[in-house]
Design a protein around this ligand. Sequence first.
Ligand SMILES: C[S@@+](CC[C@H](N)C(=O)[O-])C[C@H]1O[C@@H](n2cnc3c(N)ncnc32)[C@H](O)[C@@H]1O
Length: 313
Amino acid sequence: MAESKSHKSSSYVMTPSNTAQEIARLGTASSYGDLQHQIWLKTLNGQLFTAPVDLKTKTTEGEAFDVLDVGCGSGSWAIDLALRCPHLRILGVDITPPILPDDPQTSNITFLKADVEQDWCFAANTKFRYIHGRMLQSGIHDWPALLQKCWEYLAPDGWVELIDVEHPFRCDAVPSEASAMPPFVRFGYAAEEAWKSNGLDYRATLKHEERFRALGFQSVSDRTVRWPLGSWEQAENEEGFAGDMILANFSKFIAAAGTAILGSGKAGEGYAPMSAEAARELVAEMTTDLEADWITWKYWLCMKVYIAQKPTE
Ligand SMILES: C[S@@+](CC[C@H](N)C(=O)[O-])C[C@H]1O[C@@H](n2cnc3c(N)ncnc32)[C@H](O)[C@@H]1O
């Protein structure tokens, strides 16, 4: 995989994971955990992945890597896996990778600065047993090409797991008038249009299954998880979920990147980018609404977890 010079080369329209705000939200490599990662751990009952891949033993030969984390961000997932499975060799790739402190406990992890949309130039014999990609929709313009690379670099019987939010942003309460779409839902649609004008598909998850199958993957399956913003769902069904954490995480994300996302749109056929002022207004409206009205609207994000296996050769 060619090392890239800057996140700008991949037209990534979110805040890079090494800015002050994102470090506050996503943590640093040295903090070994971040809010979003903690939410995912709660979501998956403490597990780091759902694919039925056996990573308890090392089967990969020699110095080769066993696991690839695509778009590893703060590195929390990869570091967590490295600590749980010291026998594994893990590679995390990102256009802005974390800097790992010198720690013998995580000597089995390597971070590489690279754009995963460019050619992957790993050694010819590199075959991962597991490839993980979480929350990547804001960086991937060509999903078929990415899935093809996963296919090529997976060992026979190896698994790929892709986790992302499925647009639109949801709300369980019905607005009283058709025109009164709540700010969080409006923000979701506006962000989706801005991303679309940058060649990013915020409904890519809807095509994962078809694309996996077209490449020859087997045992393709998906799981849907509701991420409530605020503890309203907990109050209703007493399941006890991370609603407060999800609301805090989303609010921090919007404070850091909301205006930039809405303002990132590129003028094109049938699409006029939102002005900076309109973007600021919508973000301010949504921020106030999230603080005051999350319980009224019952907002939630639809999270999708896809797994697929490369067949035995
Ligand atoms: C929303 S963050 C998710 C980080 C991590 N996977 C997690 O779940 O915590 C998306 C990450 O993908 C990275 N990214 C986006 N486009 C990329 C690309 N083309 N190549 C490599 N990394 C990319 C970003 O730099 C960012 O760190």
